[in-house]
Design a protein around this ligand. Structure first.
Ligand code: DPP
Ligand code: ZN
Length: 872
C-alpha cells in the first residue's frame, strides 16, 4: 500500500466552507445529497484540479453551481472524484451518492447496528458517505437534514443544534434538520437514526448556557444509562473548574450502539459509544466497568476542546488530541477516585500494552513519521505514551504554568487544525522556556532506560546518585531526552525530608544529559532512593537496589506509587529468578510474604483499593516484558503461580479474616464509588490468593460467593476464581452464569472472556466450540474481542501453545474477519507483535502463522500493513 509521509504534508488546494447534507435513510438504499461550498485555498497550489476522496461510493449525480456536469467533465471511481478543470473562485458542487448501510460490515461510514443507523467517520469514514476533502485540516460548517421512516427510526440525531423537524405527509417518513455552527473536519460528522430510549438532564454551564444532556440507548435500557448521564455532568463541571473549558452547544447527545469498532467517538455534540461504555447496572456491570464508563464518557466529552475546537492538522498529529485527552481523562478519574490507585492502573496499562509495542516490530514514535493505514495507529503509544508526555511536561514546568499554557493553547488554536509544535509553542510562550529538546519525546520510538546507582558517604553525610540514560536502537549521536525524575530519600524509619540537593526542585530532578549525578547533603544514615515517584517518566528504571531496600520503600515511602512499585519489583525478581532456573529463593520469598503481612496489617482496612493493587503480582506479560527475550510463557506461568501459592499459603489466615472484615452487611445498597469498589477489590484479591494456595477452600468460598453475590463484581470475581480450578464446579458455575444472562450480550462477553483466558490445555478447543455458540457473532466486535482478543492478550500459555494451535486459532480468526471488518481483524493481529521475543520454537510457529496470514491473497490494507511491519 502507498505510504503517507509527514514530510510530504501540504495544505489542501481547496477548502470547503459549508456543507449541506440531505440524507434519506433506507436500510439498503440510502441517498445522500451533499452541497459543498468550495473555494481555492490561498495556501494551496493555483489552478489545481479538485480531487475529492471517496470509498465504496455509487455516484448518482453531480452538478457545479447548479449545472449538471457532463460525464466528460469529471472522473469518478471508487476511491476519488476528480474535476480536472474547475473555477478559480468559490463555487458549489452538488453530489448525489447511494449507500447500502446494511451491507456495510466494516462499521466505517454509515451503517446499521441492531437496526439503528449510525456513523463512524474517524479517521476516514466520511468518504464512505459522500465524496469529500476528507482530511482534518478542511473545516466546514455543516447543516444536515436527516429523513427516515418514522416507525423504525423515530429518533433522528445530527451534530450541533436541532433546528427543525417534521413529517412528510402521506409517506410514513419524517425528518429533522441540524445545524452545527462551529467549523469542523469531516471525521467529526455523525448522524443517528433509530428506535431508542432516552434519559436526559438539564445543565447550566459556567458561562450561563442552559443545555440539555441526553443519552440514547436500546429500548428498555434507559435505567442503565443513569450512571453515564451523571458522568457527563461531572465531566462538564470538572473541565470548567480544572481547565476553564465550557460546553458550547445547546445539546450534548450520547448514543450507545452495540456494534462498534472502538470504544467511543467524540463527534461534535453527538458522541457515539460502544454500549459497553454506557450501559451499567449493579447486576450487569463490574466496578471496573463503572470506572471505564466514567473515564470514556469523560474522554469523549473532553475531546470537545482537545480535538474538536482545536483539531489536528493531519493524522500524524493524532497524539495532539489523543495523548492530551487521555491525560485529561486520567486527571479527571484521579480526582473522582483515588489518585494513587488510579496512577497504578495507568502504569499497569502502559506496561501491559505500550512497553511491548515499543519493544517490537510495531514500535513507532508518538508522532509517527509515515503510515500505510492510519487506522492502525490508534495505539497505546499514541494514546498512553502520548499522555505520559503531557504529564512530563506538567511535571517539568509545574501546575500553574501548565494551566496557563493550556489556556494559551486553546486561545491561540481555537477553530484551527493544529500541530504538536503549536502545542509546545503555547507552553514556551508562557514559560519562556525552550522546549525543542523536550519535543524529542514525540519523535523516537522505544522505551528509554535509565540506570541509577547511589553511594552514601557517612563521613560527609552525603548521598550521591549517578544517572545514565540510553535509548534502545538510538545511535551514540542521538540527543539525550529531557527526563523529569521525581525523587526523594527514605530511611529505615521513614522519609528523610531533611536531605536536600540543589539539583532537586520541588522534588524533581531533570535529567537532560546522557549521564549526570546529584548529591544530597544532610543525610543522617544510608538512605534508600525513591526514584521516579508517581512514575514521573515512561522509562525502564535499572536501580541497584536489593530486596531489603525495596521492602523499606514498601513500608515507608511517602509516595504510594513507589510503595506499590517496590512490591512489584521484589515479586518480579523472585519470579524471574525462578524462570531462569534458580530455585525460588526461600528466604527471599519468605521475607516478601512477611513484608506483605506487615503491610496488610497496617494498610488493608485503611486503603483496601491500594492494598488490592499491592497484592496483585505483576502479570505474566509484565514478567515476559522484563525478561525481554527467549520468552517461555509456560515457565513464567509456573514461576508466578509458585509465588502466588506461597503468598496464599503464608497469608491465608489473614486473608480469610480480611474477607470477613470487608464483607458488606446484607442488604447494603450497591454503590460503584471508589471506596466500595476498593473493598470489593481487596476481598476478591484475597479470594484469588486463597484459591491458588488451597483450591478446596477457594472453590467452596467461590461457589458460595457466586451463588449469593449481590452484584456483578462479586459474581464475576467468584466465577473467575472458579474458572481457574478444573472440575465440575467450574462447568456448573459457567453454565449457571450463561443461563442467567442469556439475554445480556455485554454479560455474555464476560462469560466468553473468562473461558478464553483459562490457562489450560483444552482452551483452544473450548474457544472453537464457543465460536459456534448461538450468542457468538463474528459481526460483533465486542464478541470477537471478548472471545479471541482476550485469549490472545490475556492467556499467554495457551496463545503460545507449543503445538501452534493458539496461533492458528488467532490467525484463522484474523483471516475470517478481514473480509468483513478489516479494522478489527488488524487489531486482533497485533497480538503477534511480540513474536520475535519468544523462545525459538514458539518464535518459528508464530512466524509461520504470521506468514500464512500475510501470504493470503486479497487482504485488506489494514491487515497487510500489520503483516508487513510485523515481519519486517
Ligand atoms: N477518537 C476516538 C477516541 O476517543 C477514537 N476511538 O479515542
Ligand atoms: Zn480519544
Amino acid at each position: 500500500p502507498p505510504t503517507v509521509r509527514l514530510a510530504d504534508y501540504r495544505p489542501s488546494d481547496h477548502l470547503i466552507d459549508r456543507v449541506e447534507l440531505d440524507v434519506r435513510l433506507d436500510p439498503r438504499d440510502t441517498r445522500v445529497t451533499a452541497t459543498l461550498a468550495l473555494r481555492p485555498n490561498p495556501a494551496g497550489r493555483p489552478d489545481a484540479p479538485v480531487v475529492l476522496d471517496g470509498d465504496d461510493l455509487t455516484l448518482l449525480g453531480l452538478a457545479l453551481d447548479g449545472e449538471v456536469l457532463a460525464p466528460e467533465a469529471y472522473r469518478a471511481d471508487a476511491a476519488s472524484l476528480t474535476l480536472p478543470s474547475c473555477p478559480q473562485r468559490p463555487f458549489t458542487l452538488r453530489i448525489e451518492t447511494r449507500l447500502d448501510p446494511t451491507a456495510n460490515t466494516k462499521l466505517m461510514g454509515l451503517y446499521r447496528s441492531s437496526g439503528v443507523y449510525c456513523t463512524q467517520c474517524e479517521a476516514d469514514g466520511f468518504r464512505r458517505i459522500t465524496y469529500f476533502l476528507d482530511r482534518p485540516d478542511v473545516l466546514s460548517v455543516y447543516t444536515t437534514r436527516i429523513e427516515a421512516d418514522r416507525e423504525t427510526a423515530p429518533v433522528l440525531l445530527g451534530n450541533g443544534n436541532p433546528v427543525e423537524a417534521g413529517d412528510i405527509p402521506g409517506t410514513g417518513r419524517h425528518y429533522t434538520v441540524w445545524h452545527d455552527p462551529l467549523p469542523k473536519p469531516a471525521y467529526l460528522f455523525a448522524l443517528v437514526g433509530g428506535r431508542l430510549d432516552r434519559v436526559a438532564k438539564r445543565f447550566t454551564t459556567i458561562e450561563g448556557r442552559d443545555i440539555e444532556i441526553a443519552i440514547y440507548v436500546e429500548p428498555g435500557k434507559a435505567e442503565r444509562a443513569a450512571y453515564a448521564l451523571d458522568a457527563v455532568e461531572r465531566s462538564m463541571i470538572w473541565d470548567e473548574q480544572t481547565f476553564g473549558r465550557a460546553y458550547d452547544l445547546d445539546v450534548f447527545n450520547v448514543v450507545a450502539v452495540s456494534d462498534f469498532n472502538m470504544g467511543a467517538m467524540e463527534n461534535k455534540g453527538l458522541n457515539i459509544f460502544n454500549d459497553k461504555y454506557v450501559l451499567a447496572s449493579p447486576e450487569t456491570a463490574t466496578d471496573a466497568d463503572y470506572a471505564a464508563i466514567e473515564a470514556i464518557i469523560a474522554h469523549e466529552y473532553f475531546h470537545n476542546w482537545s480535538g474538536n475546537r482545536v483539531t489536528c492538522r493531519d493524522w500524524f498529529q493524532l497524539c495532539l488530541k489523543e495523548g492530551l485527552t487521555v491525560f485529561r481523562d486520567q486527571e479527571f478519574s484521579s480526582d473522582m477516585r483515588s489518585r494513587a490507585v488510579h496512577r497504578i492502573g495507568e502504569v499497569r496499562t502502559l506496561r501491559a500494552r505500550q512497553f511491548p509495542e515499543d519493544a517490537g516490530p510495531l514500535a513507532h514514535p508518538v508522532r509517527p513519521k509515515h503510515y500505510a493505514e492510519i487506522n492502525n495507529f490508534y495505539t497505546a503509544t499514541v494514546y498512553e505514551k502520548g499522555a505520559e508526555i503531557v504529564r512530563m511536561l506538567r511535571t517539568l514546568i509545574g501546575e500553574t504554568a501548565f494551566r496557563a499554557g493550556m489556556d494559551r493553547y486553546f486561545a491561540d488554536n481555537d477553530g484551527r487544525a493544529a500541530t504538536v509544535e503549536d502545542f509546545l509553542r503555547a507552553f514556551e510562550a508562557v514559560t519562556g522556556r525552550d522546549l525543542s529538546r523536550f519535543a524529542e519525546w514525540y519523535e523516537r520510538p522505544g522505551t528509554p532506560r535509565v540506570a541509577v546507582s547511589g553511594r552514601y558517604d557517612a563521613a560527609t553525610r552525603t548521598y550521591r546518585l549517578d544517572f545514565r540514560q540510553a535509548r534502545p536502537g538510538a545511535g551514540a549521536d542521538a540527543p539525550p531526552l529531557v527526563i523529569p525524575v521525581s525523587l526523594g530519600l527514605v530511611g529505615a524509619d521513614g522519609p528523610l525530608d531533611q536531605a536536600v540537593s540543589d539539583r532537586v526542585k520541588d522534588g524533581v530532578f531533570v535529567l537532560e544529559a546522557a549521564e549526570d549525578s546529584l548529591t544530597f547533603t544532610n543525610v543522617a544514615a544510608e538512605p534508600v532512593p525513591s526514584l521516579f515517584r508517581g512514575f514521573s517518566a515512561p522509562v525502564r528504571v535499572e536501580a541497584s537496589l536489593d530486596d531489603a531496600a525495596r521492602l523499606t520503600l514498601l513500608r515507608h515511602d511517602s509516595d504510594s506509587f513507589n510503595r506499590w512499585e517496590a512490591a512489584q519489583r521484589v515479586a518480579t525478581g523472585l519470579i524471574t529468578a525462578q524462570v531462569r532456573g534458580d530455585m525460588m529463593e526461600m528466604t527471599g520469598a519468605d521475607r516478601f510474604v512477611a513484608a506483605l503481612d506487615t503491610f496488610l496489617d497496617a494498610e488493608a482496612l485503611r486503603d483496601p483499593a491500594f492494598a488490592a493493587q499491592v497484592l496483585a503480582l505483576p502479570s505474566e506479560g509484565d514478567i515476559a516484558d522484563e525478561i525481554g527475550q527467549e520468552i517461555d510463557p509456560d515457565a513464567i506461568f509456573a514461576a508466578r503461580r509458585a509465588l502466588r501459592r506461597r503468598l496464599g499459603a503464608g497469608l491465608c489466615d489473614r486473608l480469610l479474616t480480611l474477607r470477613e472484615a470487608l464483607a458488606e452487611p446484607a442488604g447494603t445498597l450497591f454503590s460503584p464509588d471508589a471506596a466500595s469498589a476498593g473493598r470489593r477489590a481487596l476481598r476478591n484479591a484475597a479470594l484469588d490468593l486463597i484459591a491458588v494456595a488451597d483450591p478446596a477452600t477457594g472453590a467452596e468460598l467461590a461457589q458460595a460467593q457466586a451463588a449469593a453475590a449481590p452484584n456483578m463484581t462479586d459474581r464475576l470475581a467468584a466465577l473467575s476464581t472458579l474458572a481457574l480450578l478444573p472440575g465440575e464446579a467450574r462447568e456448573t458455575g459457567l453454565a449457571a452464569f450463561a443461563e442467567r444472562y442469556a439475554d445480556e450480550p455485554l454479560v455474555l462477553d464476560k462469560w466468553f472472556a473468562i473461558q478464553a483466558t483459562i490457562p489450560e490445555d483444552g482452551t483452544v478447543e473450548r474457544i472453537r466450540r464457543l465460536q459456534r455458540h448461538p450468542a457468538f457473532a463474528m459481526t460483533n466486535p465486542n464478541r470477537v474481542r471478548s472471545l479471541v482478543g482476550s485469549f490472545s492478550l490475556a492467556n499467554p500459555t495457551q496463545f503460545n501453545r507449543l503445538d501452534g494451535a493458539g496461533y492458528d486459532l488467532v490467525a484463522e480468526t484474523v483471516l475470517a474477519l478481514d473480509g468483513t471488518n478489516p479494522q478489527v481483524a488488524a487489531r486482533l493481529m497485533t497480538a503477534f507483535g511480540s513474536w520475535r521475543r519468544l523462545e525459538g520454537r514458539r518464535r518459528s510457529l508464530a512466524e509461520t502463522a504470521l506468514r500464512r496470514i500475510a501470504a493470503t491473497p486479497g487482504l485488506s490494507r489494514d491487515v497487510t500493513d500489520i503483516g508487513t511491519r510485523s515481519l519486517a
